[in-house]
Design a protein around this ligand. Structure first.
Ligand code: ZN
Length: 85
């Protein structure tokens, strides 16, 4: 399939949109949007952080994801997330 070969070659050399998700932090309740791109052969675990408490999350992507805050935390606290707490 010529068309498929062209697409796989193209996607190995160019990034393309991999996801656009609305997520909610399970530590503080902050809502945020995560956008990331993919590129064949370059995808690995990339970290991103909750914009309010800093909790680390990960997604398979080619570049560090862009996080846009949608709404603030809902836990009425002011603490940062501490790993293992
Ligand atoms: Zn959070």
């Amino acid at each position: 399939m010529e068309g498929d070969e062209f697409m796989s070659d193209w996607s190995a050399r160019n990034g393309y949109p991999g996801g656009d998700n609305e997520e909610k932090c399970n530590f503080c309740g902050c809502k945020y949007r995560v956008q990331y791109s993919l590129q064949d052969g370059h995808n690995e675990r990339e970290e991103y952080y909750c914009p309010d408490c800093g909790k680390e999350y990960g997604v398979r992507a080619s570049l560090t994801p862009t996080v846009t805050k949608i709404s603030g935390r809902t836990d009425n606290r002011d603490v940062k997330y501490i790993e293992g707490e």
